[in-house]
Design a protein around this ligand. Sequence first.
Ligand code: ZN
Length: 364
Amino acid sequence: MDGPVHPVHLVGGTWALAALLLAAGCGTGTDGKPVAPPTTPAPAPAPPPPEAPDMPTRARVLEVGETFIVWTWDPVEDATGYEVDVAREGTPAEDRQRPVPVEEPPHRSDGLTPGTTYQMWVRAVRETAGGRAVSDWTNYIEWYTWQDSSVPLPACTDQRHRAKSYTFGHTQVVYEWQHDRPIRFRIVKEPIIAGGLRIGRPNFLEEEILEPLRDMARRLEERLGYPIMDSDAPPGRDDYTVLVEWRDRVWSPGWGAPDCPEHVGSPWNAGQEPPETILNRYLFDPAITCRGYLRDRDSETIIHELGHTFGMNHSRILQPELPPQELSMSVPLTRIIGGDSDNFLMIEDLDNLGCVFPHPDFPR
Ligand SMILES: [Zn+2]
């Protein structure tokens, strides 16, 4: 036995002595009852074990690169640290690394593989003299590392044929594509500007439509060597022009996340013939604040819709029931992950669109 035991013996001895002195006096305690000396030495009270801290909230991503992701979350009151568990999507349980102890957010995961999905869980830890307690793990959040943009362009297979086979309609811009006529846009601006003001987004038109279209056009041209979209040119003939407009209508009632009222329908949609992306009635109704609407007001959703207009359906990794003859978006483009099309419109999407809209001077 070593040091920590001794104070217990001292305390026990003191108790015994006090009891003896009282017994030698009047034999009663201050309340008139006989004083019973303790029969066993009382141990020093151990510090109570800590209560479990709250689960971290608002887990999110601060920064992404080809080989790193910086995760963060709101600090938890009384937490003395955290444990972070990061794994490549689909990693079997037995291959998972042990969670990493972290003092405080944010946490940077390095050495990741480019163009890959990672999932992150976090829980709070509280350590006191009385022990250690942990919160529940959060649900995971997932993110994608940037792809290595130096990957060479793969040869085309049947992407153009697949884009023509799109279940939701005749993909007019695909059928009528001519390599010397990049696709133009007719944007009905006034109702979109007015709508943006209603939801407190005076720059909605610029930030959610014009800038994402310019970014997509530029990235396609940089990647492929020739333009597919001409986001600056005035509208051309209808068959070369994608209409972008807000309409006071409801599309697909019953759509949406469980927390969305049934009557609101979907926030955005895409059409193939005529080619169009449509912002629907409630997108600019500030009273509608369910999740899908909040996302689609601030996530460059037009790029996802344009994927549909260009003949792509959602990822079959996410929706295996989709017809196998269709052309799939990447998982990030399907999910509109992160709200910045520079990230979620993946290299594979650019490469596929190059095959849908080919150029004879740039054979693949
Ligand atoms: Zn969609």
